[in-house]
Ligand binder design. Structure first.
Ligand code: B16
Ligand code: MG
Length: 217
């Protein structure tokens, strides 16, 4: 039986996917590296350092380790400047209701975010107390699409992977959920999330009542 729902943060609960995108675009412009929407899509759900490596694939020269650390830190500064001003108004429409509906149904709720800024964001958004468990990049060693983060969340909740649904906006995240042996709900465009068991256009369409029977095949 379904016992828990594990939510991604960026792009599912908070409208931060566009903020990450804008921060990477600003960094790309700083160093004259081309950056298009397809590159931004590939970065979704991938941790900061992994995202930088994706950006630098299009760079005309190579960068030293010290330079890469500076670039990753600079991108994070750009990102933090924006989320400093975040509040409950930056929750995606229907996000709080989706989480609350899961709790009301008697299921457990966890967060699985690749973002090292997840804790700060949950505070700003005013939803930190809605989660039984929060797993972010600070607590795992292998980034999405590896299943580690979703498996860690299930383990901390004390439930089996096949008793969980994972909710994600990124292809790397859907892959992580499926590799963990969970049912995957994609949020966004079906084309980008073909591996999901079900794709919803936004978190506002999330209905726990219709999800209790969804299973991986
Ligand atoms: P940070 P999620 C991910 O969060 C984002 O989707 C991804 O674009 C970002 O690069 C990553 O977090 C790392 O974020 O630089 O704040 O540590 O979607 O897994 O909640
Ligand atoms: Mg995401």
């Amino acid at each position: 039986p379904l016992k828990a729902v594990i939510f991604d943060l960026d792009g599912v609960i908070a409208d931060t996917a566009v903020v990450h995108h804008a921060a990477w675009k600003k960094l790309a412009d700083d160093i004259d590296v081309p950056f298009d929407d397809a590159t931004g899509e590939r970065m979704k759900g991938v941790d900061r350092r992994g995202s930088l490596e994706i950006l630098l694939q299009a760079a005309p020269r190579s960068y030293t380790e010290v330079e890469k650390q500076e670039l990753a830190a600079r991108k994070n500064d750009y990102y933090r400047e924006q989320i400093e001003h975040f509040g409950p108004q930056d929750l995606l429409p229907g996000a709080r209701e989706a989480i609350e509906s899961v709790r009301r149904a008697g299921l457990k709720v966890a967060l699985a975010s690749a973002s090292r800024n997840a804790g700060l964001l949950l505070q700003r958004l005013g939803i930190a107390d809605l989660f039984d468990v929060v797993v972010d990049a600070n607590r795992i060693s292998r980034s999405k699409p590896d299943p580690e983060i979703f498996l860690a969340a299930a383990s901390a909740l004390g439930v089996a992977p096949d008793e969980c649904i994972g909710v994600e906006d990124a292809a790397a995240g859907i892959a992580s959920i499926r590799a963990a042996g969970m049912a995957a709900v994609g949020i966004g465009q079906a084309r980008a999330l073909a591996e999901a068991d079900l794709v919803l256009p936004s978190i506002a369409a999330f209905d726990i009542g219709t999800l209790t029977t969804i299973r991986t095949t």
